[in-house]
Every structure is written in C-alpha cells, then in structure tokens.
Design a protein around this ligand. Structure first.
Ligand SMILES: CC(C)(COP(=O)(O)OP(=O)(O)OC[C@H]1O[C@@H](n2cnc3c(N)ncnc32)[C@H](O)[C@@H]1OP(=O)(O)O)[C@@H](O)C(=O)NCCC(=O)NCCS
Length: 203
C-alpha cells in the first residue's frame, strides 16, 4: 500500500459480510446502473439522471481524490467482484482527528446489511489505521433507511444545529451523527460478548 498525501492507496478491506475495494474504469456500467435511481437522487448530491457521462466524471473524480489522498471512495462488493454500492470517507480534519463518511447501496441489493457492514468496516479502519477519533454522518431525518444504518453502527445524534441546504427537492436539513472511538470500542465489546454467550469462548 502506498501513501499519496494523507490517505493510503490502494485499500481493500474485508469483514462484516462485505469486501471493499477501489473503483476501476471497468465498473462504469455497474456504477451507472447503481446510481441512476430515485432514492439516490433524493438523498445524495448525485446528478440525476446519472448517465454514462456522469459515471465517467464520477470515476475520474474518485480516482483523483484517491491519488491526492483527500478522500477514500470504495466500491462495496460481496467478494471483491461486482460493485453493489459505495462507502466513502472525506472532509478529514487531522487537527480535530475527525472525518465524514457516506454510503449508498444499489436498489436491488438493499436490506441485506451491506451499508451497515461497509460503514462498520470503514469506521474500524478510520479509527484503527488512520487514527481518527471522531467520525461524522450528516443525514436528513426523513431518510429512515440511513438513520437506521447510523444507529445500527453505533452512531449517535450530536444535537448540533441542523445544516440547512437547498436542493432540487426543496429545502432540507441534515442532522449530525457521530461515532467516537470509545463508543465504537464499547459496541465491539458488546457484540463480542453476545457472540461469546451464543457460541462459547474460543480457546
Ligand atoms: C440508506 C441505504 C444505504 C441503506 O442500505 P442497506 O444496505 O439497505 O442498509 P442495511 O441493510 O445495512 O440496513 C441497516 C438497517 O437499516 C434498516 N433499513 C434499511 N432500509 C430501510 C428502510 N427503507 N426503511 C427502514 N429501515 C431500513 C434495516 O432494516 C437495518 O435495520 P436493523 O438494524 O434494524 O436490521 C440505502 O437505502 C440507500 O442507498 N439509500 C439511498 C442513498 C442514501 O440515502 N444514502 C445515505 C445518505 S445520508
């Protein structure tokens, strides 16, 4: 793994039921299929319709962000093959040791735990390998699927004032959720304890 600027590249992570890998130009058709979809248009800043030209621009920007070390944008896959969604880390503040994360999953692949698996895996990497202590999500409270993912991964509402923004669907507000390292450790311990109770302690 080489480091371009601040963030390592390339990255591949496996665990929590998913395999995360770098995007490649061969993913273009799958990317367009995934992102040209009403919920993604509604809840993310993706252009809509998301056509081949948008896909080419998106992959180019993702690659630039990786090479300059500003962002991590990884395809969510089951086994390293076909992309089923995306998880990303951006807006890293080294002074505050914090960064923002985001995620999306293609409509046919939802409600299988992919977003929560990918978010849990990248959060663990951000805390462990990148040394970040506070991870943030910004979510419209009406986006029940996304708030469920945040809760399932141990994120908590911060109570910070909502971020107001204008979009093609009118004004909206984004709540800030956070995962601080100590809470993530407690959650991991709880999950481990549940596993130990269920399956017995491994030698
Ligand atoms: C939000 C999104 C990424 C969820 O992906 P997913 O892979 O289906 O999520 P998961 O399968 O990991 O589900 C995690 C939890 O959310 C719940 N959930 C998922 N979709 C839901 C929905 N439409 N309504 C209510 N709960 C939902 C699941 O039941 C699960 O809850 P549990 O912990 O009680 O089991 C997906 O719906 C999506 O891509 N939406 C459009 C893009 C988007 O909103 N991105 C986030 C922007 S902030």
């Amino acid at each position: 793994m080489t480091t371009f600027g601040r963030l390592p590249f390339p990255i591949s992570l496996t665990g929590e039921g998913v395999a995360l890998r770098e995007w490649t130009s061969e993913d273009l058709d799958d990317l367009v299929d995934l992102l040209d979809e009403p919920d993604i248009a509604r809840w993310t800043p993706m252009p809509s319709p998301f056509d081949v030209a948008a896909g080419i621009a998106y992959l180019k920007r993702a690659q630039q962000g990786r090479v300059t070390g500003q962002r991590i944008q990884l395809a969510i896959t089951a086994d390293g093959g076909k992309p089923l969604g995306e998880v990303l880390l951006f807006g890293m503040d080294l002074g505050l040791k914090e960064a923002e994360l985001g995620y999306l999953v293609g409509a046919p692949f939802r409600r299988r735990g992919l977003a929560s698996g990918a978010l849990g895996l990248l959060s663990g990497f951000a805390h462990g390998a990148l040394g970040l202590s506070r991870l943030l999500l910004r979510i419209d409270p009406a986006n029940t699927a996304s708030t469920a993912v945040a809760r399932r991964c141990g994120f908590r509402l911060t109570g910070e004032p909502p971020i107001l923004q204008e979009g093609p669907y009118g004004p909206s507000s984004l709540d800030t959720w956070e995962l601080v390292e100590a809470h993530a450790d407690i959650r991991r311990d709880r999950l481990r304890n549940v596993a130990t109770r269920r399956y017995g302690r491994r030698p």
